[in-house]
Design a protein around this ligand. Structure first.
Ligand code: DAH
Length: 440
């Protein structure tokens, strides 16, 4: 799953060259539009397009769905459960997904060459407006908890969707001695509660040479902050996962802390939970960079922040096998859930998948694989289940690159007939040709 902006470089970020093509035209329309429009409408506003515009209509149609506000929807229930864990935080959940690159990246000290900024990785309306790629794009200056839809260009399979939901929590407090003292007292309370829980925590030092306190923080207040963060999140993990992962005395919930790197925190950590024999990455967090707080106008404060992805957690808690299901408007999905309750999802009829392979030469200019995925999404919407590159090959003489891609189509509601799949595949091929590929 697309997740946190660590120092790990994702495969997809290898190929970052600028593309020369324009926005893929709306492939649902016949005849096909071949040049990009000069304006686009997004959420009731009109924007000029430019060489950064890459927002497709299949993505902008998601902007108004607001799954996290839909009573009874698993994403919304999970939001409420997490909100109830932070009762004295301000809960925010209706900020517009359109932000500036400054808000999304610069205000958080992302370096100029960070892969997340590339238009191959993010959806841009134009050079000055984009869809937020994470909830960290919104800053808070107190105790707050924000839920929002976030957008990233990515591959297609059961756990990747270009829209997902994150929650961002932060606690910012005075850096004077008495505020720090208050935090320590709160930590003692949390520590006593946690001692009664059946949880096994693998920790890392709060601060270390490789995960340092910021130069403007003294080590002790940085440690007090990190400890408070860890206690809040350990008890949140226990609240969420105790019932599904680890139940008996000899089988406690296992939580593991790992040193991490984010552009906007130091020290930084990732949290993983042990579930069905595997460690799952659940969230990123850390002590907020002083420069971020300075920019937000709270120079005399310090604090912690975390960000977590809701789909991944909901898929575990509800046993939901495919991320597309969250977007289903089918009563067979929605009517299964009661607001505030977590019940295992009961799969309804699974219709057969139908797949088509396609081989093509990549264009001479660089083509990013995310462009391929957006073409397929724009044509097939939620009828596409998976896109896998099954063969790569470089011609020994011409050095041209060839890909063979398998597109699996499957509907949750019905059997797709061959003719329909052929039409979808035909449109995918036309869309790819417009990117400059040569079908083999
Ligand atoms: N924004 C990060 C992401 O999307 C997650 C994250 C990491 C949020 C560390 C935080 C944080 O607040 O402190 O990958």
């Amino acid at each position: 799953m697309h997740f946190i902006y660590t120092n790990k470089t994702r495969d997809e970020t290898r190929d970052m060259a600028q593309l020369t093509h324009k926005v893929p035209a709306n492939l649902h329309q016949e005849p096909l539009v071949t040049s990009a429009p000069s304006h686009i409408r997004v959420l009731d506003n009109t924007y000029l397009t430019d060489d950064y515009t890459n927002l497709t209509s299949s993505i902008s149609s998601k902007l108004s769905r607001r799954l996290h506000g839909l009573e009874g929807h698993p994403i919304s229930t999970l939001r409420c459960i997490i909100e109830s864990h932070f009762p004295d935080f301000t809960h925010i959940s209706s900020l517009s997904p359109i932000v500036t690159p400054y808000q999304n990246f610069d205000s958080l000290s992302f370096p100029a060459d960070h892969p997340g900024r590339a238009k191959t990785d993010s959806y841009y309306i134009n050079r000055n407006a984009m869809l937020r790629t994470h909830t960290s794009a919104h800053e808070g200056t107190e105790r707050w908890l924000l839920t929002a839809d976030v957008y990233r260009r990515d591959e297609i399979d059961a756990s990747h969707y270009p829209v997902f939901h994150q929650m961002e929590g932060a606690k910012i407090f005075g850096s004077d001695a008495s505020s720090v003292e208050n935090i320590e007292q709160e930590s003692q309370r949390l520590e006593r509660q946690l001692a009664l829980s059946n949880i096994d925590i693998e920790d890392v030092p709060h601060v270390s040479e490789t995960n340092p306190a910021q130069t403007s923080h003294d080590v002790r207040s940085s440690e007090v902050t990190a400890k408070n963060l860890k206690l809040h999140l350990n008890s949140l993990m226990y609240k969420l996962f105790a019932d599904v992962a680890g139940t008996s005395k000899d089988d406690p919930l296992r939580v593991r802390w790992i040193e991490a790197y984010f552009p906007f925190t130091s020290p930084s950590y990732e949290v993983e939970v042990f579930f069905r024999g595997k460690w799952l990455e659940i969230l990123g967090c850390g002590v907020v960079l002083q420069s971020t707080l300075d920019r937000a106008g709270v120079a005399n404060k310090m604090g912690w922040a975390f960000g977590l992805g809701l789909e991944r957690i909901a898929m575990i808690l509800y046993s939901i096998p495919d991320i597309r299901l969250f977007w289903s408007e089918d009563p067979r999905f929605l009517s299964q859930f009661t607001h505030g309750k977590i019940d295992a999802f009961k799969p309804y009829s699974k219709y057969p998948a139908s797949y088509r392979d396609i081989s093509f030469w990549k264009p001479n200019h660089d083509m990013h694989e995310n462009d391929l995925y957006d073409v397929v999404r724009d044509v097939a919407g939620d009828l596409v289940e998976d896109v896998t590159i099954i063969d790569r090959f470089t011609h020994p003489k011409t050095q041209r690159h060839s890909l063979t891609v398998r597109v699996s189509y499957r509907s949750f509601d019905r059997s797709l007939v061959n003719d329909e799949v052929n039409i979808l595949q035909h449109r995918v091929i036309s869309g790819l040709e417009r990117l400059g590929v040569e079908i083999r």
